[in-house]
Ligand binder design. Sequence first.
Ligand code: SAM
Ligand code: SF4
Length: 338
Amino acid sequence: MEHSQPPSTQQQDKLQDSFGRTVEYVRLSVTDKCNMRCFYCMPEGFKGFEEPENWLTFDEIERVIAAFAQLGVSRVRLTGGEPLVRKNLPELAGRLAALDGLEDLSLSTNAALLNRYATDIKQAGVSRINVSLDSLKADRFKEITGNGKLEEVLAGLAAAKEAGLSPVKINTVAMKGVNDDEFIDLVNYCAEMGFTLRFIETMPVGSTGRNASGNYLDLQKVIRTLSDTFDLIPGMVPGGGPARYYRVRDNDLHIGFITPISQHFCETCNRVRISVDGALYLCLGDEHKVELRPLLRQGISDAGLAEVLESSMSLKPEHHVFKESPDRVIRFMSMTGG
Ligand code: SAM
Ligand code: SF4
């Protein structure tokens, strides 16, 4: 008698949304707290943080990410808030890095605590990091970040390099009248350190993001200005996400431009976000969400959880409406991690 093949345990379903996009990337906010207060992200003196009993525990996070991995998600980025303020983050990173199907674990950080944790997170399985850095002038850096100390961040970046985290991508929010006189210095710093530099347009996420739209800078203009100084060749960077990259001729430096406002990239969006309290957000530019925490705490089965994740894809909108409806997103960027 002929035996039919058993179903392969390796076989993975794909998470498809209503517009034919496949979701294979999760941004996981492990905390909504932060040791900085970047003015475009979190309000000064903000205290309305999620209660600890509402934070997903490491067991719950592991379960949700394992369920996503079974459905084809291969990349996870730990973010926040500032992820390094979550206690025992390297332990969580190690648990996630060990999950079947997860190929790429990365971290977004402001790097203030990176000097302390770079080696631990690298050993835990985080391969690459993105670091926010909007200014190389200590006074200005402090003003932008509320209380940030530039020297701690630069020490954190040096430690990341030393620990072998690679690539290190620097994220700079490009802001008119705030840091637009420093772009050439930032290019030179990144070239010297062997980092990749990415400029980001300010987004109207939360009242803070909307208030910062007065500083909005169209990156198409920044590309033209930088071209006056550097010979920029259109290029690609593996895992580059939504950034459009240029390479500086005769130099290994890559510069990326993330242009959610002047040229959105929603048609290739492959990601969803999870907040610290376990809400699954389908779009950075919308408030659609599915609350996973109550389901986990009511004992949902693995099959039930997979079904919820699959069906939630239908809530993913075709594109954000930052331009048409800049008031739509109430939550701060620190809640879903950018
Ligand atoms: N604390 C970490 C950090 O700063 O990298 C991770 C979380 S932070 C919310 C992630 C990214 O969002 C940072 O690169 C930050 O610059 C960016 N961001 C925050 N608010 C923004 C806004 N209104 N517009 C554009 N980018 C923003
Ligand atoms: Fe904190 Fe990052 Fe937001 Fe700055 S951008 S306040 S570092 S979460």
